[in-house]
Design a protein around this ligand. Structure first.
Ligand SMILES: [Zn+2]
Ligand SMILES: [Zn+2]
Length: 368
């Protein structure tokens, strides 16, 4: 650990154990970052690119002075925006109520302490915003900033932030090819597209194939709304990515440095948060399995019947499915890992986090 300490002095500076009076949360954050193999440090990162906890705190406090009213709110709005690419198709991923419900549940565990509300779906017409037809794909694209301004105009008063989710392809300005999302920290509004690499023929019932991507991109973008910049400390959900495919290969969860920032705002019980994340991922796995079973049976299914038939997924059964050496795959990531394995690895990883915190808390309580 001393070698690791020397090699990652910046990291240890960012995670210095707090004094007892500052609470135990930061103590175990330091512990899980250094005494466990749950997180993988990035070696040789450019120091100038690092946003330490202290830098983030200074920045966020400044934002709080400027946008005091909004940053005191505790509701995150998810706003589905649908554009019908093919006139006779009425389904896209974004209007699957089941997917939106799972996403909202996951976000409320990820940002524990926030209410997460899914707003009514809004249909987007070509005439509503500035648009163009992309020269290569021949596909309609909307100007992201135009959509974002419209989200800002209709922002609810009690919103901490509004994240519009759309299947529409977006571009940031004429010279750019496309953009995955555009968000403003000042207004707390953003628009995020899942349309770029998803075929227009994808229908609502295909959502299980894209759920990881959706969770990953949404939570990453929302963390930006909490002032978190890209992370170069650890392999982490806040690592930089230049495509959806790259983002998809990154972990779904935050490293201790990023978690400490979010914790400062939301003040959640971290072990409880990991447990809740575990439960929400279990729900997703159950629903995906149910979809697969239904598909095999070739039965007609409705979203209501699916909800009623959901089975809770036990931790032990998930643990058996993945060999133990994959325990850290959530954080190290493997490009060939399937979505199902990613979720199962996440379940194991989250269980390990809860155990690690509990072990540390026990030790801490008994020795002080
Ligand atoms: Zn980012
Ligand atoms: Zn991080």
């Amino acid at each position: 650990m001393d070698d690791l300490r020397k090699a990652n002095k910046h990291l240890f500076d960012a995670l210095k154990p707090a004094k007892r009076k500052h609470g135990e949360d930061k103590q175990w954050m330091f512990h899980i970052a250094t005494d466990s193999d749950l997180f993988v440090p990035i070696h040789g990162a450019n120091r100038l690119a690092l946003q330490s906890y202290t830098q983030w705190r200074g920045f966020y406090q400044l934002q709080k002075l400027k946008y005091r009213t909004r940053l005191r709110q505790r509701t995150i709005y998810l706003q589905p925006l649908v554009y019908q690419y093919q006139t006779n198709r009425s389904h896209t991923l974004v209007n699957s109520q089941e997917l939106l419900r799972l996403l909202a549940d996951f976000c409320s565990a990820f940002f524990l302490g926030m209410n997460v509300v899914v707003s009514d779906l809004v249909e987007v017409q070509q005439k509503d915003f500035t648009s163009r037809v992309h020269a290569r794909t021949n596909r309609l694209q909307f100007l992201a900033t135009d959509i974002q301004s419209s989200v800002e105009r209709t922002q609810p008063r009690d919103a901490y932030c509004v994240a519009a989710i759309t299947n529409a392809d977006l571009y940031p300005s004429p010279e750019w090819n496309f953009v995955l999302g555009h968000a403003s920290l000042t207004t707390g509004c953003g628009v995020f597209s899942f349309g770029r690499e998803i075929d227009d023929n994808v229908v609502q019932s295909d959502w299980p194939k894209y759920v990881w991507r959706l969770f990953k991109v949404m939570t990453h973008e929302m963390c930006h709304m909490f002032g978190l910049q890209h992370c170069y400390y650890f392999v982490c959900a806040m690592n930089e990515s230049s495509s959806i495919a790259e983002a998809e290969q990154q972990p779904l969860f935050l490293c201790p440095v990023c978690l400490r920032k979010l914790h400062k705002v939301l003040k959640f019980d971290v072990a409880k948060r990991y447990q809740l994340l575990h439960d929400k991922i279990s729900d997703v796995v159950s629903v995906i399995k149910l979809h697969e079973a239904q598909e095999k049976l070739g039965t007609d299914r409705t979203e209501d019947s699916l909800r009623n038939q959901q089975q809770p997924c036990s931790i032990s059964s998930s643990l058996k499915e993945v060999p133990l050496e994959h325990i850290n795959s959530e954080i190290t990531t493997n490009p060939t890992t399937t979505q199902e394995n990613k979720f199962n690895n996440s379940l194991q990883w989250l269980t390990q986090c809860v155990q690690s915190i509990n072990t540390f808390t026990d030790k801490y309580t008994h020795h002080t």
